[in-house]
Design a protein around this ligand. Structure first.
Ligand SMILES: Cc1cc2nc3c(=O)[nH]c(=O)nc-3n(C[C@H](O)[C@H](O)[C@H](O)COP(=O)(O)OP(=O)(O)OC[C@H]3O[C@@H](n4cnc5c(N)ncnc54)[C@H](O)[C@@H]3O)c2cc1C
Length: 293
């Protein structure tokens, strides 16, 4: 067993990271540890560990800077229980589908993103929310769009001396009068709960007071190493009336950014077909909800 550090101050956590990097032995970061432990079953664990779960100021979602700040210690339960605008409904639906209640009470939103699994349920929603990840080290802080931060299956742009301090979600309707944002998330697994996604779709749609789409953001997860935004479809949706039948705008060509694989959960062809159905359903579901300008 290596070093175990559980600081309460961010500065102390950054010093632990910095010291580990300088010694050529960067510690492994844990938050809720719900991804960390299952990845080590049956192995002797001798890594140094930096546990962030006691950090001050790492809980409590705040409205700030025309958006919302989700500190890195926020777990799925806290997200579900915090009153937030409808733009967060999709992310909240994902939160309710992450494991069971015990996992939701421990697992963090930031940990889900940092773990960079192609099947991470939070990531498509955060992509559709244009979320930004904040990283800190003893060298300073920097922010990266979530699409830049996650680079591949289990890889991110985090440097060994950096940790994620939180996730910022800009208000999708900032600067737009008489507009409202709604969102949804649809997950396909081999059963309803406690399941790894085969395909998932997140959508955030901004509409004007006449129910016309002014901005559309859609992301598909588990169909490529990193969840993908569907930019051609997003462009095709702008200006469309948001009403029943909107799903017919979606064609198979709009799914070109996806690169699904065959695995035990489903074939590539099945994933592609399911993604098409789920994207259409997500739009129909949003069209069915009243806007709130
Ligand atoms: C039974 C079970 C069911 C699950 N079901 C689902 C599911 O349905 N959907 C889903 O998406 N996930 C699921 N998970 C995975 C996991 O619970 C989530 O991904 C969770 O959000 C991870 O958060 P955590 O705080 O526990 O991360 P940890 O395990 O603590 O960390 C995960 C990774 O992120 C890094 N990390 C964490 N926080 C930071 C930080 N602040 N800065 C830098 N790096 C950091 C760690 O080093 C590690 O590599 C499940 C896990 C279990 C055990």
């Amino acid at each position: 067993m290596g070093l175990y550090a559980r600081p309460t101050e961010l500065a102390a956590a950054l010093d632990v990271l910095d010291a580990g990097v300088r010694a050529g032995r960067p510690p492994v970061i844990v938050a809720g540890a719900t991804d960390h432990y299952p990845a080590r079953v049956g192995r002797v664990v001798d890594e140094d560990v930096l546990d962030l779960s006691a950090l001050d100021d790492s809980r409590g979602i705040e409205a700030r800077d025309r958006g919302w700040w989700i500190p890195a210690g926020v777990n799925w339960t806290e997200l579900v229980e915090r009153p937030l605008p409808p733009a967060f409904d999709g992310l909240k639906r994902a939160a309710r589908a992450v494991g069971g209640l015990q996992i939701q009470n421990r697992g963090t939103v930031a940990g889900n993103v940092c773990n960079a699994s192609p099947a991470a349920d939070g990531t498509p929603n955060l992509l559709a929310l244009d979320a930004v990840v904040e990283l800190a080290s003893t060298r300073g802080t920097r922010r990266l769009g979530i699409g830049e931060f996650v680079t591949g299956n289990r890889t991110t742009r985090r440097e060994p001396d950096e940790l994620v301090t939180g996730i910022f979600v800009p208000d999708p309707v900032a600067g737009r009068s008489a507009a409202s944002a709604t969102s949804t998330f649809l997950k396909l697994g081999s059963r309803s709960y406690l399941v790894i996604s085969i395909v998932m779709v997140a959508a955030v749609i901004v509409r004007d007071h006449e129910d016309r789409i002014v901005s559309a953001r859609l992301a598909v997860g588990a169909c490529s190493p990193v969840a993908q935004r569907l930019s051609d479809l997003e462009a095709a949706l702008v200006g469309q009336p948001l009403r029943a039948g909107i799903g017919r705008v979606v064609s198979a060509a709009h799914l070109a950014p996806l690169s699904p694989i065959d695995d035990v959960r489903g074939s590539a062809g099945y994933r592609r077909d399911a993604a098409l159905v789920l994207v259409r359903r997500a739009l129909e579901e949003i069209a069915d909800e009243p806007g709130r300008p």
